[in-house]
Design a protein around this ligand. Sequence first.
Ligand code: ADP
Length: 325
Amino acid sequence: MSAACLSGQVIVIGSANLDLTVTASRLPREGETVLGGELLLSNGGKGANQAVAALRAGAEVRFLAKVGRDPFGDRIYRDLVVAGLPADGLLRDESAPTGVALIVVDREGRNQIAVAPGSNQLLLPAVIEQHESFLTYGTVLLVQLEIPIITVERALRFAKAHGMMTILNPAPACPLSDDLLRHVDLLTPNETEVEALTGITVSDLPSAAAGAKALLLRGPQAVVITLGAQGALLCIASSVRHLPAIPIEAVDTTAAGDAFNGALAAALAGKPQADAFPIGRLRVLEDAVRFANAAGALAATKRGAQESLPTKIEIERLLAGSPLL
Ligand code: ADP
């Protein structure tokens, strides 16, 4: 049975936003206005995207997030519950608006994004203890950096204290202390985030490996660098593995990283604990990264964020070499 066949429990603590996406022939330069095509409204936020990605990829998921008590928040709350996430984790804030992301996508699928975090900034560390029984259910914790860093830190400590595997997708990039990184089992930066965290510019596989090794020295047991159309680089103590991307025609890479992270967490949560711990087991990680590569590739073939996230069946079909659809 493959790493991804068993369902496991994933806890995601993070952001939920409404994404406003405009497609344009090209991305605007500084100070420039570009006339775009149609406007797409969709649910997004790295936390919500990765929670839905893990759910579609076959895991049981609990998601802790905060949206505003406004029409955007109503829409996100309703859609996430319909998607299958428990309502208990979807908190409402009376004082701040729901987070919004403004996204421009060009014809080649490249994007530019600016986020107004709103209520995501009010997801404070106390929510972890307030929802202890909701959160202790998980075997894997998956967090990102679109909520206050003190909440991320508390979540990582809480998860380690409860014997969970911890995954940090350090996006968007911000400085991270070694103390925080010591509570991370698996770190999943993209090329830009590696440069922000280490100062090493990732331009090819050797420079990616150098970045991963620099990050390993700071605490995580494993580092997986996502490399867009080049796939991903997996690095643990003495081993480096490049797992190439699955060739597809990219339409919109928004949420490809989120699809990757959610699927990675789902695959690892699906392993029996004896296989998954310690996280240093290379074969387990390689299988999970292959599964995540397929999820990321599929997300890049469709427009939007959450609506582009693939199901477990679609991922397994792509891995098995079957045609898309
Ligand atoms: P982010 O959006 O966070 O920068 P990446 O662009 O690195 O993340 O994409 C995440 C993952 O999605 C990649 O590691 C790869 O597996 C998959 N992916 C992204 N773009 C493509 C592409 N053009 N072709 C195939 N797979 C892709």
